[in-house]
Design a protein. Sequence first.
Length: 359
Amino acid sequence: MRVAVLGAGSIGFGTAAFLGERGHEPVLWSPSGGRTVALATGAALKATGAVVGEYHPRIAQSCADAVAEADAVLVAVPGNGHRRVIDALVPVLGEGQPVLINSHCSLSALYLSKRLAERGIAAPIVAWGTTVLTGRALSGTEVAVNAVRKQIDIATLPVAAGEAGLALCRSLFGDRFVLRADVLAISLSNLNPQNHMGMALCNLTRMERGEAWGNYAGITPAVGRLIEALDAERLAVAKAFGLAVRTVHEHFHLSFHVPLGSLGEMAQRIHDRDGGPPGPTTLDSRFVTEDVPYGLVPSELIARLAGVPSPLHTSGIELFSALYGRDFRAENDLLPELGLADLSATGLHALAREGWPKV
């Protein structure tokens, strides 16, 4: 199948290689235009690690070029790039053309649904709880794929498209997807914001000084307990909506293939086995600049609408805003467009199941 991959960073490159390995036809589009210059001249995309090979994805010069005749469209940019990519996608997407969001954050599926409804078209949206793989772009032609996840939670908007969305994901990426109740369940399945809050907050001076440290070595027993307490808040919100989501322990077990235990123990096993990726060595890290405004902030809002206290999430937003000297709540460019602040929990849950009707 032809898949338009919108994004040419670590996840975009890794996903294009993985799709190529499985015999599909990825079409890469770089929103900035700079990430695919070398590939556009004919250079091979070289993948190492969990995916090994050389691939030649077609390079699109525009979003419209990428989406044309695509069997599926995959959004593969960080949360702070979702609005830019969605705004470019909406005018060129065809009626019924499926969109996969890899991975869903800050209720961006609802933003896409609203924009499509305003245009007067409908298309199934498949939101992923996390990325299909982890990796790091080494250059404009090289990507190191650290791991391919064994299980990924997904949901569709509207929910009636669930089985078709599940079949599409499995056809493209293999039998590794679990269909969840709705997009709200997927939003509450994104563990990066809470996990990265614990890692970054408790290792902030290392980041600021540019020190070398291991990502999972930084989850000491004390840091693990903080992340577990954040996880308890997230699970309480999911319970208030009657939703089943994975715990942080289950996430580590399924994503990194380590035995269940305390989070500190599980992280240490990952570090002892292969070291894992390095921790951030700058304050300008997505652990904070993406995951606070596009992760913790929407989590806080969902918790408030559910009537569930989330003091640790709120404290994280306040602490990072003070540490960085910036208002992270104001940096989210998706939530203000959705107008969710005055919704009831029931209203939010209904919207997360059906989306916006066509205008």
